[in-house]
Design a protein around this ligand. Sequence first.
Ligand code: GAP
Length: 444
Amino acid sequence: MEKIVSLCKRRGFVFQSSEIYGGLNGCWDYGPLGVELRRNLKDFWWRRMVRERDDIVGLDGSILMNRQVWVASGHESTFSDPMVDCRNCKSRLRADQLPEKNGQKQCPVCGSFDLTEPRAFNLMFKTFVGATEDDSSIAYLRPETAQAIFVQFRNVLEVSRKKLPFGIAQIGKAFRNEINPRNFIFRSREFEMMELEYFCFPHQGLELLEYWLKERLRFFNDIGLSSDKLHVHSIPAEERAHYSQGTYDIEFEFPFGIQELEGIAYRTDFDLSQHQKFSGKPLDYFDEETKSHLIPHVVEPSVGVDRAMLALLCAAYDEETVTDEKGKSETRTVLRLHPRMAPIKCGVFPLLKNNEELVKKAKEVVEMLRGEMSVFYDETGAIGRRYRRQDEAGTPFGITVDFDTIGENGPANRDTVTVRYRDSMEQKRLAIADIPAFLREQIT
Ligand code: GAP
């Protein structure tokens, strides 16, 4: 993890939030490469879940919502972790994560056994809307995006005219005042979620739970997480929420252990029923075939952008020993990100920076590709160094404009370039005109 955290900072994937003021625990900023990686991840999720399907539409709900939403959903009364305080060092700790010694819970910070009784600590961030700060103006920063989907169910149904089963998808920020934010961006206080609420008839729920498990595993494979690093954990009935008839966690082998990456829950009709009850507004569905009204059931695949990004970085990070042409060995750090996810798709390098013709040609290649993908132009340093810099950034292809390109070694290779593969370091020659199609095929 230390190596990944250090690479993330060094190359501009992730910075500590408000770093120059000492940071803010559980909050992170995403730098130039991080922001591109997240965008690729979110775009691909949206493409898979919404654009490529007829049965799912999108929503972008507000972060602040009427307080009653959280009363109805149960978050105001039950969205909490058990917490204890250490009377010795004053640390606030998650009661369910404490180490034990001789059967007694111990403070992991100072080793004291002098701990308070567990108390429920609500994870929602509270704020006030408007000028007065009293009970009537309390609002929460949403701890999940899902509730906006439930409360807008009728509006979306009416405008989209979808028939069951159909889904509503959303990507957006969520906030949880986690007691122990930890493991870098794995558990943060501010993070982003990608959630789908897939509404269905009651008899379809369990079958759709299996369907979405398979779909989501396929998604993770398609962004470069191999099946051997993914595990499916079926949550036993006694650990599930009382309304859930089935829940799977898709887990990933992070360097700090096998941990939840995504949850897929069959939540029955709990959410819509609650909001119908609390709001007094109908949230039912009229089935044309049976001419009857029902509250749809829902299957919910829900994943954090930040957590999926961390899984991608962990899976991609590699170090290998390579030997250069002079026989010197060195360690090559390479991020083997799937080309679809890679922040920069291709580096473009003129072999020499002080040759006008090489530079001009390389800049033409950049301009040709720029409209379609993120490209990085680099003319400084030895070509081997430039390749290494892109290896670390996860750039899957390097294009070098050399003397063959400008016809100095005869007409045969004029207007061709060297394409170098990041993973194998193999090189091949391609006509410049064929480069866009070649790259398109790899990155879409
Ligand atoms: N609406 C369902 C829901 O909120 P959850 O299991 O609490 O379910 C879903 O969260 C996903 O959101 C998790 O599997 C994880 O990927 C991500 N997530 C949850 N809490 C997080 C946190 N504090 N930091 C980063 N990601 C988090």
